[in-house]
Design a protein around this ligand. Structure first.
Ligand code: AHR
Length: 503
């Protein structure tokens, strides 16, 4: 059996872990909202038509902020359609997903749902087909207490208190040619800067996210960030990153190393932002909002899901309903490790998405709601990763990948909550065949013991939870985990993700 050694020192910190790192994302897309979180006829529906079983699962997942209402959807969205008496709300073509948007669920209903799940709204603005004025209008509607046309309109629509939205995305994936209103970095940087400045005239303390690249593999990656920040550096707090992973051409070894790509993506964007700061002589630091990340089988979307036809605009079609395997959950858990390893600069992130659409939670109309395999690494990391992320020294054997060259078989991060006297170690074994014995030097944590262990692995790495078998995969324990003589030892099964809680 191969071995790996890890050294951990609570004094060697990456940075504090912001709760917003455990954010989610709800887009008006497919069956996410309609027949997902909202299904008035369902036996579990509450008085507002929201499914109570889904609310419970979202609460269990432990999601801080939730980005809304898109995604690509937002670039054609008119927020005014989504407020006021439901019977008067228009139906619109959703060009992004070739669907019909009924606007039955809008801003007020979604804010009510957020209160039920205990999460905070992060709003995305349409800077694709709209501009600064509409952004200001929405800000007035959501955040001004009263006494103006739009704030009074909100009150007339039943909400006298402002929504007081703190985090705003200045558009979505504006570097992508698929985006309605796609622009050059120069054009987008200017409108983002103008819009941010105008919004700050309303409230200087808003948290504003400018669009970075929709993937580290965009042809404009790097230059996009430099140019956009050249225009908007002083006006924004965050630059976004988006990344989705899938095995391409059956290359599972590279897929299992996806977090290597995420690590590089984050580090390049941090370096680019700091370069712009240096050129400007600015001591301000721009952080990253990794506001879309996940495993996503995009090839399935392109080949199976795509809706076409001038007369074909379905309501809530089944779109992007990926079924996640154990292996997907291991990669997913590793992406969370990557986010935590960069907790000093990635201070906000949103798992894309939450329900039915590339989601940890699935539902069937009139039927059950269940946890996909990816649910578990998210809920466990959100619960256990508290306090400070620690820098580890990881010495592990490597393996060859076609995409990323030689890659360590083990990836890991640790967290330490000094106040609670608790720590956690998150580990991934990327080997498809080999068990790995890992020894973590925890002597500097003092006298600690293993409190809990949760692992995702299976004899069949393709096992998944489905409508037919909603509980096929669940976290397992790992009896090999023990602390003795200042060392935590654990044997990691092939293709596994593990969280160890220490206290
Ligand atoms: O999450 C699905 C889509 O992926 C989002 O709408 C878009 O922003 C990204 O391309």
């Amino acid at each position: 059996m191969s071995e790996a050694r890890i050294t951990l020192d609570p004094r060697v910190a990456v940075g504090p872990i912001h709760r917003n790192l455990f954010g989610g994302f709800v887009e008006h897309l497919g069956r996410h909202v309609y027949d997902g979180i909202y299904e008035p006829g369902h036996p579990e529906a509450d008085a507002e038509g929201f499914r109570r079983d889904v609310i419970e699962l979202v609460r269990e997942l432990g999601v801080a902020t939730i980005r809304y209402p898109g995604g690509n959807f937002v670039s054609g969205f008119r927020w005014e359609d989504s407020v006021g008496p439901r019977a008067e709300r228009p139906r619109r073509l959703d060009l992004a997903w070739h669907s019909t948007e009924t606007n039955e669920v809008g801003l007020h209903e979604f804010a009510g749902w957020l209160e039920k799940v205990g999460s905070e709204m992060m709003l995305a603005l349409n800077l694709g087909t709209r501009g600064t004025l509409e952004a200001l209008d929405l800000l007035e509607y959501t955040n001004i207490a009263g006494g103006t046309e739009l704030s009074d309109r909100r009150a007339a629509h039943g909400r006298s208190e402002p929504f007081n939205v703190r985090m705003w995305c200045l558009g979505n994936e504006m570097d992508g040619p698929w985006q309605l209103g796609h622009r050059s970095a120069d054009d987008y940087g200017k409108i983002a800067s103008q819009t941010a400045k105008a919004m700050r005239q309303v409230d200087p303390d808003l948290q504003l996210v400018v669009c970075g690249s929709s993937s580290a593999h965009m042809p404009t990656f790097g230059e996009w960030e430099r140019v956009v920040l050249h225009h908007a550096y002083d006006d924004v707090d965050y630059i976004s990153c988006h990344a989705y992973y899938e095995p391409t051409d059956g290359d599972v070894d590279s897929f299992l190393a996806s977090a290597v790509d995420m690590d590089g993506f984050i580090e390049t964007v941090v370096n680019t932002a700091d370069h712009v700061a240096a050129v400007r002589g600015s001591s301000k630091r721009i952080n990253i909002s990794f506001d879309e990340w996940n495993v996503w089988y995009q090839s399935r979307f392109a080949n199976v899901d795509k809706i076409e036809g001038t007369d074909n605009w379905p309501i809530a079609p089944r779109l992007l309903e990926d079924v996640y395997s154990v292996m997907d959950a291991v990669v997913f858990g590793n992406l969370m490790i990557s986010l935590l390893k960069h907790a000093d600069r990635v201070t906000s992130a949103s798992l894309a998405q939450l329900v039915n659409v590339i989601a940890p939670i699935m539902t069937e109309p009139g039927g059950p709601a269940w946890r996909q395999t990816t649910f578990f690494p998210f809920s466990l990391t959100s619960r256990l990763a508290r306090g400070t992320a620690l820098q580890l020294v990881v010495e592990a054997p490597t393996y060859s990948t076609a995409r990323y060259g030689e890659v360590p078989l083990v990836d890991a991060v640790a967290t330490h909550d000094a106040e609670a006297g608790e720590s956690a170690v998150f580990l991934v074994n990327r080997s498809q065949t080999e068990e790995l014995e890992v020894t973590v030097d925890v002597s500097r944590l003092g006298d600690v013991a293993v409190r809990e262990v949760h692992a995702i692995f299976d004899e069949d790495p393709h096992a998944a939870n489905t409508l037919e078998n909603t509980e096929r995969v669940a976290p397992k324990g790992n009896d090999t985990a023990a602390v003795a003589g200042g060392a935590l030892t654990i044997t990691l099964p092939p293709v596994s993700w593990t969280a160890v809680g220490l206290s």
